[in-house]
Design a protein around this ligand. Sequence first.
Ligand code: PLP
Length: 363
Amino acid sequence: TLVQRAYNFNAGPSALPLAVLEKAQQELIDFRGTGMSVMELSHRSAAYEEVHNNAIALLKELLSIPENYEVLFLQGGGSLQFSMVPMNFLKPGEKAGYIMSGSWSEKAFSEAKLFGDAYHVASTKEGQYRRVPQIDELKYNPTDAYIHLTSNNTIYGTQWKEFPDTGDVPLIADMSSDILSKPFDVSKFSLIYAGAQKNLGPSGVTVAIIRKDLLEKANPNIPAMLKYSTHSKNNSLYNTPPTFGIYMLGEVLNWIKETGGINELAKRNEEKAKLIYDAIDQSNGFYIGHAEVESRSLMNITFRVKDEELEKKFLTEAKNEGFIGVNGHRSVGGCRASTYNAVPFETCKAFSEFMVKFQNENR
Ligand code: PLP
């Protein structure tokens, strides 16, 4: 292809696969002979329903989602999930445990406090969130309404390698920034949610994967739109869903399937992240990784340059060389390369070479 694509390391919304964009472009004005764009189809039409149901089926297939789970398409982003989770599942007199591994866990926790008794199961805040808690640090009650964790900490660049087994206590995970990046066992979780705009598609659609028995335990006295059961009873067609976003999500899932599925993506993500972590590790302290090695994220690589002036220069030069989105999150500063599924190997390679070159020119 002759299209000049940016070296896009944005943390979200982030890169989409070129093949998906090209297909969407081709189908934009006349979607499969309808004479309409997907955007113009009724959400009650057969043509749209096929798009919708295909996306659900593909997600079930790619993640091997067991029969007793439902896939929902919601709106309001990961942030509305922070509120919907306690609104539905934290009742008076109950406790909910939050595992604190970064800013997004903090946001989720503060929403839970509005609805009930939420507490910290463990926190790595004291060490500037350089790692995720270890499984044996998790102290919770067997009677808790649920335990909540963030699978990948987009801002600090840490990620769980292995998830805890919470037995009868429902485990709920915010997987906004690493869903579909590597295989994991869905059956460990009662609810998984993810805003689409990093690994799944454009912003505007949020995926929830929920175990059916949890639906029945939900608080009935909440607004219809904020109840998981409303969406599950209506196959996520209770109201007008973000149809174009769901179409794009389905096409991203198709691309993942054609690429070889989640195991192949995991392999590629390891290779991509290694290029950049190697540049950090082989820099003799010129670049300083934020995350402890065992907690390093394959999706968001966070680091500093050894002094502040050089860091400014690094970020300016990176920008001039066409690397987009390398500034760390505004709350923590530093540098961050987000290497989500759709970021090509070549983009990561070019960046790691730039890091080495910059070091050689500025040591
Ligand atoms: N959770 C995580 C892990 C995130 O990285 C983000 C956004 O970057 C959010 C939640 C918030 O998502 P949204 O902007 O879709 O509300």
